[in-house]
Design a protein around this ligand. Structure first.
Ligand SMILES: [Zn+2]
Ligand SMILES: [Zn+2]
Ligand SMILES: [Zn+2]
Length: 106
């Protein structure tokens, strides 16, 4: 399967961006409003030209998280229930939890 395109200010092939580029910043999030992957909400804000629409709870089964390490997509609910990639076991940044409300209606 083709790897989804990640938009925004991406700085490497593991979806790090100019805003978040630690070892563990390896995911991109698909936005409900436009269906496009961005590394973070700031990249969406700078590039999309429209306000963010949050994922609603009944959509949490949708695959909207891209692991930049193995390029596999995971569902929102599995992402919210793990701190590493279920496929390649790369650790995700636990600090992202503080930003979940910017993406998901939780
Ligand atoms: Zn959008
Ligand atoms: Zn960014
Ligand atoms: Zn992975």
């Amino acid at each position: 399967m083709k790897t989804p395109e990640v938009r925004g200010s991406v700085v490497d092939h593991q979806t790090r961006c100019v805003h978040y580029f630690s070892d563990r910043d390896i995911i991109a999030i698909k936005f409900a409003c436009c269906g496009a992957y961005y590394p973070c909400y700031k990249c969406h804000q700078d590039n999309a030209g429209h306000p963010v629409r949050l994922w609603e709870r009944h959509q949490f089964n949708k695959k909207a998280i891209l692991c930049g390490c193995c390029q596999k997509e995971l569902s929102i609910s599995s992402y919210l229930n793990t701190d590493n990639c279920p496929n390649c076991h790369a650790a995700f940044n636990p600090g992202c939890r503080n930003h979940h409300h910017l993406y998901f209606n939780i």
